[in-house]
Design a protein around this ligand. Structure first.
Ligand code: M6R
Length: 364
């Protein structure tokens, strides 16, 4: 039930600290400082390549995971949307792990891709929220998210739980391949354990974000910019906004702006910049200045340190807690979800049942 919330989506956004904590319980042993998988169906030490396949928001979780697998485990990663994967004759060699990410576990494109990978002798890992789903049944390595039922068509809590599982999987893979010291593993566990409280702090900005919805609601186009793991977050922010508010939105890698999309910028275009302070911050901010110089109306999402350096000239800012880069994608998901939600409410659209969309897409 919706309880005191006006929509399932808002309720599900607010459940994130709890369900991420719930999900992490199956993947980390905080006292030992160890990551662990709930399913020992597969020897990760043998994995020499990972192929990630998913659709929509689950695909963006996969894009974030690619950074982690490569960074921690130094294993090469390929990633595709499921509807493209089967038809491009992907090279799938022995020793490959094919990883499918899905809230429903029933998405037709993803399921067909899973069966294709199985036929090509890949080991099959599945990150899924519905434990009785087709994908769950067909996995060699089943990695459940414990988000609970997700009713809103726009995926929110399933996404952050997917990220939690994928971070733990990346650390497990790295450990299995001997690429993680005990100390590094302990640090990863402690950062993951900080996620629920950081999500809570991010949710504290709900009313403030509601109050800025009128700045975005009249727009015809909205751009989202990010670098590194915040690039998929820009794509996710844009997807959330378009699916529930029907405003045209695009996510770009911040550095790609100058290769074309900057031509779209004028003083009617809100640009949402996702930029936690850290090694990529300066570069993202210089891309942001280019946008501002052309009249773009910037909403900067960063932490106190980042905002101190770059808030001047922004139309609005949203302050996130200062977090380790590993959990930043989980935390920065909250303001982009809330912004999409409140803009949709301001426009009066049907937030939980947006037009033309179904919760589970069972046609190819
Ligand atoms: O159930 P799945 O995770 O496989 O669904 C994939 C997409 O259909 C889904 O994420 C879709 O993009 C959402 N409506 C996004 O909010």
């Amino acid at each position: 039930e919706k309880g005191n919330y006006r929509h399932y989506m808002l309720k599900e956004i607010h459940e994130q600290p709890l369900v991420v904590a719930q999900t992490l319980q199956s993947y980390v042993r905080p006292f030992e400082g160890e990551v662990a998988l709930p399913d020992a169906g597969l020897d990760l030490a043998e994995v020499n390549r990972v192929t990630i396949v998913a659709c929509g928001t689950s695909f963006y979780a996969g894009m974030v995971a690619k950074y982690w697998f490569e960074q921690f485990a130094r294993v090469p990663v390929d990633i595709d949307v499921a509807s493209e994967f089967r038809y491009r004759q992907p090279v799938l060699e022995p020793g490959g792990l094919a990883l499918f990410i899905s809230q429903s576990g029933e998405t037709a494109d993803t399921l067909a891709a899973l069966r294709h990978a199985r036929a090509e002798q890949q080991r099959i890992a599945v990150v899924v929220n519905v434990p009785t789903s087709s994908m769950a049944r067909e996995a060699d390595l089943l990695l459940p998210t414990h988000a609970g039922p997700e009713i809103g068509v726009a995926s929110t809590k399933a996404f952050t739980c997917q990220l939690a599982v994928l971070a733990a999987l990346a650390a497990n893979l790295a450990a299995a391949k001997g690429r993680l010291t005990r100390e590094q593993e302990r640090e990863i566990v402690s950062h993951l354990q900080e996620a629920p409280a950081a999500l809570n702090a991010a949710l504290g900005h709900d009313e403030e974000i509601a109050a800025m919805a009128h700045l975005v609601a009249p727009a015809r186009d909205v751009l989202y910019l990010g670098r590194g793991p915040d690039y998929p977050m820009a794509l996710e922010g844009a997807l959330k906004l378009k699916e529930i508010s029907y405003i045209h939105a695009e996510g770009y890698a911040a550095g790609e702006m100058k290769h074309g999309p900057i031509a779209l910028i004028d003083d009617h275009v809100p640009v949402i910049v996702i930029a936690p302070s850290g090694p990529l911050f300066e570069k993202t901010v210089s891309n942001m200045q280019e946008v501002r110089a052309r009249g773009g109306k910037i909403v900067l999402i960063s932490d106190a340190e980042g905002l101190d350096q770059a808030r001047e000239g922004c139309m609005a800012t949203i302050e996130m807690p200062k977090v380790h880069p590993l959990i930043a994608p989980l935390v920065y998901a909250v303001p982009v979800q809330l912004l999409a939600y409140h803009v949709a409410v301001a426009k009066g659209t049907d937030v939980d049942q947006p037009r033309n969309l179904a919760k589970s897409v069972t046609v190819e």
